[in-house]
Design a protein around this ligand. Structure first.
Ligand code: GLV
Length: 328
């Protein structure tokens, strides 16, 4: 028997099959979806969300005061298919007593794998090397050609030794990294012990690291953290990798640092904006490798994320404990 009053759920995009199946099975919900792989236009989102009890959204959907006002007082749960929550106006959400679900843990390994791939791709100059094979630049085996930087005996600095930062360190260790440094809100001696990682200040990390990997979340404290000051302190031979959020980096400063040879190279899985316009100056640089925010992009992980997002939403709507609820 169908419940007398169905809860309205709105999904802002096509999502992997397990999540959509779980929501479709829920007899107490009426599900509406923006049935496209492309982002929903603002007007459609407002229309679809009007009167909704639950929202399942992505990191590319900005949920701000204006949208919350337009949605109305029915909204009880927002479930984002991401670990990052910087796209959500958390103060406004908290004020309205709305619960938030997110998808930590299930993407940690996949994202760490991508971070290591991006680091190696960048420091060993793989895109440039592949291009040289195609364009005839490969004329002979040359002792000084296409040299990069390796991880053996290196110092790796991690900005944000959270779940993903630790998973990256765990994967990098067997490459022969000599020393791990990390920085963040406070020391994490228990987590750091596994890598004998040393807690240092941001300037110390910048000055001593051969590789810097940014994995922290985007907060007012980390916005623009990687700027001219940091790049100026880095070694000329150092490689910078960001898999967190584009806004942690001042991209103009990064461009200057890369173009002037102040640092050796950068690998970015995240940019501001996303997508990065194809005429962006960073794309003209050979020593900058840019990926389209694919940290968690394996079929299995995205499927798991969609199921967790669906289960968070359903539990929240039913007033039950969510599998992964954000503490507000
Ligand atoms: C990816 O960036 C995520 O927040 O899930």
């Amino acid at each position: 028997m169908r419940p007398a009053r169905l809860m309205k759920v709105f999904i802002t995009r096509r999502i992997p099959p397990e999540g959509i199946a779980a929501l479709s099975r829920a007899a107490d919900c009426e599900v509406e979806q923006w049935d496209s792989d492309e982002p929903i236009p603002d007007k459609e989102l407002e229309r679809g969300l009007a009167g909704a009890h639950g929202l399942l959204c992505l990191l590319s959907d900005r949920v701000d005061k204006r949208l919350l006002d337009a949605t109305g007082a029915n909204l009880k749960v927002i479930s984002t298919m991401s670990v990052g929550v910087d796209h959500l106006a958390l103060d406004e959400i908290k004020k309205r007593g709305i619960r938030v679900g997110y998808t930590p843990d299930v993407l940690t390994d996949t994202t760490a794998e991508l971070a290591v791939s991006l680091l190696l791709t960048t420091c060993r100059r793989l895109p440039e090397a592949i291009e040289e094979v195609k364009n005839g630049g490969w004329t002979s085996w040359k002792p000084l050609w296409m040299c990069g930087y390796g991880l053996t005996q290196s110092t790796v600095g991690i900005i944000g030794l959270g779940r993903i930062g630790q998973a990256i360190a765990r994967r990098l260790k067997p490459f022969g990294v000599q020393k791990f440094l990390y920085t963040g809100r406070q020391p994490r001696p228990e987590e750091a012990a596994e890598f004998q990682a040393e807690f240092v200040s941001v300037p110390q990390l910048a000055a001593q690291s051969d590789f810097i990997v940014v994995t922290c979340s985007l907060t007012p404290a980390t916005r623009g953290l990687c700027n001219k000051d940091l790049f100026q302190k880095m070694k000329k031979t150092a490689v910078f990798v960001n898999i967190s959020r584009g806004d942690v980096v001042n991209q103009d400063d990064l461009y200057q640092a890369l173009a002037s040879g102040q640092i050796a190279a950068a690998g970015l899985d995240v940019t501001t904006p996303e997508p990065l316009p194809t005429n962006h100056p960073l794309l003209t640089l050979k020593n900058c490798v840019i990926l389209p925010h694919i940290g968690s992009a394996t079929y299995r992980t995205r499927n798991t994320m969609s199921l967790l997002a669906a289960n968070n939403l359903l539990a929240g709507l039913r007033g039950e404990p969510m599998p992964s609820e954000l503490k507000l």
